[in-house]
Ligand binder design. Structure first.
Ligand SMILES: Nc1ncnc2c1ncn2[C@@H]1O[C@H](COP(=O)(O)OP(=O)(O)OP(=O)(O)O)[C@@H](O)[C@H]1O
Ligand SMILES: [Mg+2]
Length: 351
């Protein structure tokens, strides 16, 4: 592997920003560090970059332990959310700046600038200043300035979050293609789970400084290890319902879902994804609720129903229509549900 964190912790006063983090990133891998605001993502990234010192633990890049190595000797390039371009320099000068610092000769530098500008599709903008560029173009300059250095590792901290939704989608595809082209090891920080799912080879999910789970997008989605991961990955989010497991059936005052597990387990939380429920008119149903809202997104309809204080989100096809406040019935695919221990949030597995 190329980057390795071993029991790395960082405190700011009473706050444990990163708590005993163990993480390995392979050569050429695109790893996304995902979690809610304040969970320690930026702190973890800054420790790898050398912009923050770890209180405990070891950080390795390649074979070397780099805890005491200055940022400029770590061979990493960081891309920030704010782009941090030099306003008085043109696009070409911004891109070429890291090479200038390194003392690369002018002709060689110009060649590298041109090649990199082509990679991020900025050929036509080399003489412009940052203020004459759109957000997406500025972001590409920041990327180019990282690429031109040919670092061992890219560290990216929410690089797309200043862009509007459409541009973000487009830049996501470009980043993915660029990664395919360059195959540089990348650690990418975001709180946006869609960005994580679409970009990552593996996702590392953090909460309150603690690593929750590491895995491919598919595995964290299909096989979450705890209720935090289950609820954080997926949009709309997984539905949760408190109840008991009795002889393999999930039972609450409001419903009974048969054969969701084995044996009995006291207080549990049942989780079911919106696509694993269905609004039904006749036949078997598990929940009877009141229709709360119907949102057509174009290719699908997001249906929310209310039962007491609980809301359920069901992903329906685009033809679904029903009036708000009507009584509705919901069927749950018992083969697709997840069960969690109420007290710890840990997944309960049956095989
Ligand atoms: N320089 C600092 N001084 C004091 N506390 C800090 C400092 N930097 C970060 N923290 C605290 O450490 C915790 C983790 O912060 P961090 O910036 O790593 O979170 P994050 O996951 O990047 O969040 P966001 O998604 O909002 O960027 C937070 O509680 C934050 O307030
Ligand atoms: Mg951050």
């Amino acid at each position: 592997m190329l980057v390795r964190l071993k029991n790395v912790s960082k405190r700011f006063g009473d706050v444990v920003a990163v708590n005993q983090l163990n993480l390995e990133i392979n050569q050429g891998e695109f790893l996304v560090l995902l979690g809610p605001s304040g969970c320690g993502k930026t702190t973890a990234l800054r420790m790898i970059a050398g912009l923050e010192t770890a209180d405990e633990g070891d950080i390795f890049i390649g074979e070397s332990r780099v805890n005491e190595v200055l940022p400029k000797y770590r061979d990493v390039a960081m891309v920030f959310q704010s782009y941090a371009l030099y306003p008085h320099m043109t696009v070409a000068q911004n891109i070429g700046y890291p090479l200038k610092l390194r003392g690369v000769k002018n002709t060689e530098r110009q060649e590298a600038i041109l090649k990199t500008a082509e990679q991020v599709r900025l050929q036509g903008f080399l003489d412009r200043y940052p203020k004459q560029l759109s957000g997406g173009q500025r972001q590409r300059v920041a990327l180019a300035r990282a690429i031109v250095r040919r670092p061992q590792v890219f560290l990216m901290d929410e690089p797309l979050s200043n862009l509007d939704a459409k541009l973000r989608g487009k830049m996501r595809a470009e980043l993915k293609h660029l990664q395919h082209e360059l195959a540089v090891t990348t650690i990418y920080v975001t709180h946006d789970q869609i960005e994580a799912m679409t970009l990552a080879e593996r996702i590392a999910i953090m909460n309150q400084g603690v690593l929750q789970q590491v895995g491919t997008p598919k595995s964290v989605y299909n096989d979450p290890g705890n209720i935090f991961v289950a609820g954080f990955i997926g949009s709309p989010s997984m539905n949760f319902l408190n109840g008991e497991l009795i002889d393999g059936d999930f039972i609450t005052e409001k419903c009974r879902i048969q054969k969701v597990g084995k044996g009995s387990h006291g207080d549990v939380i049942l989780g079911v994804r919106p696509e694993d429920m269905k609004m039904v008119v006749s036949g078997q149903s598990h929940l009877e609720a009141i229709l709360y809202s119907v949102e057509l997104t174009g290719d699908q309809t997001i249906v929310t129903a209310k039962l007491g204080d609980d809301y359920f989100t069901v992903r329906e096809d685009k033809e679904y229509e029903e009036a708000i406040d009507q009584h509705v019935k919901i069927w749950v695919d018992a083969s697709k549900v997840f069960l969690f221990e109420s007290s710890t949030g840990k997944r309960i597995r049956f095989n």
